[in-house]
Design a protein around this ligand. Structure first.
Ligand SMILES: CC(C)(COP(=O)(O)OP(=O)(O)OC[C@H]1O[C@@H](n2cnc3c(N)ncnc32)[C@H](O)[C@@H]1OP(=O)(O)O)[C@@H](O)C(=O)NCCC(=O)NCCS
Length: 171
């Protein structure tokens, strides 16, 4: 399971509600299974996914427990001032980490996404010693594209699927 818990604390503005304050990550546990299923099945998350069909609980449950056991998959619950706000995942392949994020609907548009990505970067480039983070975003998902770009991901190509990359800066 994922090592390291990261914290970013700074102010932000937001369009979806009260600005978020402190974003932290904690490793997901088996008890998070149902909540993560609800987030994964939210309409906005399904629309942002490459396979938009709903996910049955049985399929999710199998996937989730396998994911927690998988040594190269790191699943974190996003906490905003201690409240559960979504899930973010890093799939490690060599020195690369592939990012996947979905926030609870009520936490979108409040600056949580970029801060989650920044906190994940601390783990990826810190304790996991990765050198590169990558993400695939569906064309038309402007919120996701903006969130990744705000924390320094660069659009490197793609048409229906946009490829975003952030490379570790050497100190
Ligand atoms: C994509 C996602 C992670 C972005 O995180 P976020 O915290 O919502 O990002 P931000 O608050 O920084 O918003 C990013 C941009 O989208 C806009 N936006 C996001 N959600 C919005 C909402 N509900 N209403 C209006 N605008 C919204 C913001 O205004 C901001 O625009 P700006 O760059 O012009 O300021 C989050 O919205 C989410 O989980 N969405 C559903 C699942 C998804 O799309 N996952 C990504 C798959 S690649």
């Amino acid at each position: 399971m994922g090592s390291g818990v990261s914290t970013r604390a700074n102010s932000t503005r937001g369009v979806g509600g009260t600005p978020a304050k402190r974003v932290t990550l904690r490793p997901a546990t088996p008890e998070d299974c149902r909540q993560v299923w609800l987030w994964r099945n939210d309409e906005g998350t399904r629309a942002a996914s490459f396979d938009t069909s709903p996910i049955s609980f049985e399929t999710h449950e199998r996937w989730f427990h396998e994911s927690l056991r998988h040594r190269d998959r790191h699943v974190y619950i996003v906490l905003v001032d201690g409240q559960e706000a979504g899930v973010v995942r890093l799939d490690v392949a060599g020195a690369r980490g592939i990012v996947n994020i979905h926030l609870a609907p009520e936490w979108r548009g409040r600056g949580v996404g970029p801060r989650t990505l920044a906190a994940l970067e601390d783990v990826a480039f810190g304790s996991l010693h990765l050198t590169r983070m990558e993400a695939e975003v569906k064309a038309g998902n402007a919120a996701s594209l903006a969130a990744f770009q705000k924390v320094g991901f660069t659009l490197v190509g793609g048409e229906s699927v946009l490829n975003l990359v952030k490379v570790r800066r050497e100190a």
